[in-house]
Design a protein around this ligand. Structure first.
Ligand SMILES: *Cc1c(COP(=O)(O)O)cnc(C)c1O
Length: 480
């Protein structure tokens, strides 16, 4: 095999040949996902490239390489990883990876337009703007709403926090009196955003949860009032629409009331739950979200997109702009007065990949109904997992809000760790665990667009067998 000809611009025939190899890689990869063993799931402490490390760590050569060889290195590396694209992953929030979004990415990177300023690529910015407005309408936000496509809910939370702080506490310099209200089930990205924004840990206040693991709205009001009496400046409540631990949705409407009564910003972290707004059942669960000041959602979770597909919506786009806009003399040739947003003024990035197309193309190509149907299917499948596990007398199972099912055997941490190991023993499925009120709990999430009834039947039977094996072994050990 020969490498590319020297230089940086491949010939057209070289491009076509590489595209053909890439095409067969993609079709093979997707075609084999259903039966691929989850062999990348490493045992604890062994994660890391197992063989051929030399090829993975090799520095680039001075001379051109051969695409087929390099693709093979990539294939090997990708195989040595936890599978987040296939139908048998129920770990964390399973990824998806719509092919049509990957195709969009190829096209967007090829034209490589600058979409931080709308005057540089008004057509492309209009397409992204259309996607943002469509999302805003799904959540019932008013016409003043805007936002942008982000890398994920973490950057969304940071921008929301900066916007809330500027709106309610004014401009820098900030003292450390501003306080933010979360629960122990709030995603770590919120306290991280607070840290990046310069808040100290004690400015992030932990509101207790009710028995059903949701933020206690009455307790929030009491804490906010006590903090204000003590000289603090409560400015932000973060409700979670689908927590990472259990998928529970905080009482959004009640917390919206609290935020309004206390003159605070109301951010809804819908990283996981947001996509379900497209379904009737999801809409009912997320009731009240139309009153949010800002919403972060992750199409790379509950809409099956590849990672780095996040959306931030803000009820009044001008406030997002006020918190992020900046100018400099070298931008004087750009028309900054267009009716379309300059994304550099709405977020933390300046030069940015054109993420608009990766959302726009799949939405237009598959149609919204296809997303809704896939999400309804996930809700149905999660319901049947819940029913099947709740039928096992050995298990305590939480009732899911969306598609996360938590369960554990009675008898403490060790037996539940053994249960998870037993479920993983033959590497056919991948689940994870968390802690609820300090107790080790298993966690199964149905969220991949490739997961269908037969995959869920398989995971149910694997869990059922593992429960029998573990409880029988425990009983035998007890009898000795
Ligand atoms: C995943 C997640 C986040 C973080 O989102 P990223 O896209 O990973 O940055 C925030 N909140 C919740 C509830 C999440 O599940």
């Amino acid at each position: 095999m020969t490498g590319l000809r020297p230089g940086l611009e491949p010939r057209q025939d070289e491009i076509a040949a590489m595209m053909a190899s890439a095409t067969s890689f993609v079709t093979d990869f997707i075609g084999n996902l259903d039966t691929a063993p989850l062999n990348g799931l490493a045992a604890p402490g062994t994660a890391g490239p197992s063989d051929d490390v030399a090829a993975l760590l090799a520095p680039p050569a001075e001379h051109p390489g051969e695409f087929g060889d390099l693709l093979q290195v990539f294939r090997t590396a990708a195989e040595q990883s936890a599978d987040t694209a296939g139908p048998n992953t129920f770990a964390y929030f399973p990824g998806g990876g719509l092919f049509t979004a990957a195709l969009a990415e190829l096209l967007a990177c090829t034209v490589n337009r600058f979409t931080a300023a709308s005057s540089m690529a008004p057509g492309l910015v209009a397409m992204e703007h259309g996607v943002i407005h469509w999302f805003a309408r799904q959540f019932g936000l008013p016409a003043t709403a805007g936002g942008l496509i982000t890398t994920g809910a973490s950057t969304g939370a940071l921008s929301a926090l900066l916007t809330a702080r500027r709106r309610l506490l004014g401009d820098a310099p900030y003292d450390n009196s501003g306080t933010v209200y979360v629960t122990t089930h709030t995603h770590l990205s919120v306290s991280k955003a607070a840290r990046i924004a310069g808040l100290s840990p004690d400015q992030v206040r932990l509101v207790p949860v009710t028995d059903d693991l949701r933020m206690d709205a009455d307790a929030a009001t009491r804490m906010i009032e006590a903090d204000r009496a003590a000289g603090k400046h409560p400015f932000l409540i973060v409700a979670t629409a689908g927590t990472t631990d259990t998928g529970a949705v905080d009482p959004i409407g009640r917390l919206a009331d609290t935020a309004r009564a206390q003159n605070m910003w109301f951010h809804v972290d819908a990283a996981y739950g947001g996509g379900f707004q497209l379904t009737a059942r999801g809409r009912a669960k997320l009731d009240g979200i139309d009153r949010a000041d800002s919403i972060a959602l992750d199409p790379h979770k509950s809409m099956f997109f590849p990672y780095s597909s996040g959306v931030l919506l803000v009820r009044d786009e001008r406030l997002l702009h006020a918190a992020h806009s900046a100018d400099a003399p070298y931008l004087q040739d750009m028309d900054r007065g267009t009716p379309l947003p300059d994304y550099q003024d709405l977020g933390t990035e300046m030069s940015r990949g054109y993420r608009g197309l990766r959302l726009w193309l799949p939405l237009h190509l598959h149609g919204v109904a296809a997303f809704r149907a896939a999400l309804d299917e996930k809700l149905d499948l999660a319901e049947s997992v819940h029913r099947a596990l709740a039928d096992l007398p050995e298990l305590d199972v939480l009732t899911p809000d969306l598609t996360v099912i938590n369960f554990r055997l009675r008898g403490g941490e060790e037996i539940n760790r053994t249960l998870l190991e037993t479920i993983h023993a033959d590497r056919r499925v991948h689940l994870t665990s968390t802690r609820i009120r300090g107790e080790y709990t298993l966690r199964l999430c149905v969220l991949n667009h490739r997961t269908h009834r037969r995959h869920v039947d398989q995971v149910i039977s694997i869990v059922r067998d593992a429960v029998r094996t573990v409880t029988a072994a425990t009983a035998a050990a007890g009898a000795r």
